[in-house]
Design a protein around this ligand. Structure first.
Ligand SMILES: Nc1ncnc2c1ncn2[C@@H]1O[C@H](COP(=O)(O)OP(=O)(O)OP(=O)(O)O)[C@@H](O)[C@H]1O
Length: 318
């Protein structure tokens, strides 16, 4: 196993006399060689804390973790040589330097041989689609370009194991799709990837297995397909309306076999996502009959997605 996590906990001391925060509470997980493993969970669930421990930036309070067979506390230097970490955001890149110079600097830090470094930088800029921006200062880059450069930087010493913390955060749909293509390419190269994300599309498309972490514990673990089939969800109805759906939502929630109703605002049109219990025979017509005088957009019924499964897991926990 490439990553083995055993009963790992991390408590942060309270700030200014406040209560201590148990960010991780006894996590046990193994991640196999060549796997893309997704970590999902609400804000503050403990995902970044776990990535920071695995990448040797933080020590656990109790428990242990081994990465590529090395202990993250006692063999931290050896672990660091074998992993690449992309936390994304603004940190870690030098705005005044070009993409190429950022990578050169990172390569020098990792002790990559100068001759090897030149070709490595060219290969990486090509892989992440920034070859034509090699000499351009990073301060002019869009968020998507910076995220791709972060990944290139994490790969400079050719690590087998990659930690990607919310790589698609803040990206538009086209940039997100390009990023998913890049991660899929890295998997084809045989790398093991631990990915934290709030994008269910990304998790569903890319991950061999996902875990749902809530309040520092693993609540669910399995393939995206397994999560979708395990949660107690039947069909999902979606109805778009141009009118205020608040009163109708209350009525729909009271219908038998309706598990949850979410309202997703979208400018002019509001989208109601109505999740039904398994075996429910509630139809779109039943729902529309609870919404007299509404002007409707699209209305259809569909199978549950990973996002539906995720929402149902999180709401069951609340
Ligand atoms: N250095 C720190 N000092 C004190 N508390 C911390 C520290 N780092 C994290 N925490 C707390 O630990 C908990 C877990 O945070 P963490 O950043 O790991 O969550 P996350 O799942 O990555 O969230 P997000 O999805 O928002 O990135 C939170 O309650 C957070 O406030």
């Amino acid at each position: 196993m490439t990553i083995e996590i055993e009963d790992l906990s991390r408590t942060f001391a309270g700030q200014r006399g406040g209560a201590a925060v148990e960010a991780l509470r006894g996590i046990t997980l193994t991640i196999a060689d060549g796997e893309i493993f997704g970590m999902l969970g609400p804000n503050g669930a403990g995902k970044t804390t776990l990535v920071r421990i695995l990448s040797t930036l933080l020590t656990p309070t109790t428990g242990a973790a081994r990465v590529a067979g090395m202990d993250v506390v006692h063999e931290a230097n050896a672990v660091r040589r074998r992993i690449g970490v992309a936390f994304g955001g603004e940190r870690g890149l030098y705005d005044r330097l070009s993409a190429r110079d950022n990578l050169r600097f990172a390569g020098q830090l990792y002790g990559v041989h100068p001759r090897r470094l030149r070709t490595r930088i060219d290969e990486l800029l090509e892989t992440v689609g920034l070859a034509d921006k090699a000499g351009v200062r990073v301060e002019t880059f869009s968020r998507g370009m910076k995220q791709r450069l972060h990944i290139a930087r994490a790969l400079i010493h050719d690590p087998q194991i990659l930690f990607l913390d919310e790589p698609s955060s803040g990206l538009d749909p086209v940039a997100s799709r390009a990023l998913r293509g890049l991660v899929a390419e890295l998997r084809r190269q045989g790398r093991t990837i631990l990915l934290t994300t709030h994008s269910m599309v990304e998790a569903d498309e890319l991950c061999d297995r996902v875990s749902v972490i809530v309040q520092g514990s693993v609540r669910r673990l399995g393939t995206p397909e397994r999560l979708k089939s395990e949660v107690d969800l039947g069909r999902v109805l979606e109805v778009e309306t141009y009118d205020d759906p608040t009163p109708a939502i209350r009525l729909i929630e009271q219908m038998p076999s309706v598990s949850t109703v979410d309202c997703i605002p979208g400018g002019e049109v509001e989208r109601l996502v109505i999740r039904l219990a398994v075996g429910s025979d509630t139809t779109i017509a039943d729902v529309l009959s609870r919404m007299p005088d509404h002007r409707f957009g699209r209305a259809f019924d569909r199978r549950p997605t990973l996002e539906d499964a995720y929402v149902s897991i999180i709401e069951a926990d609340a």
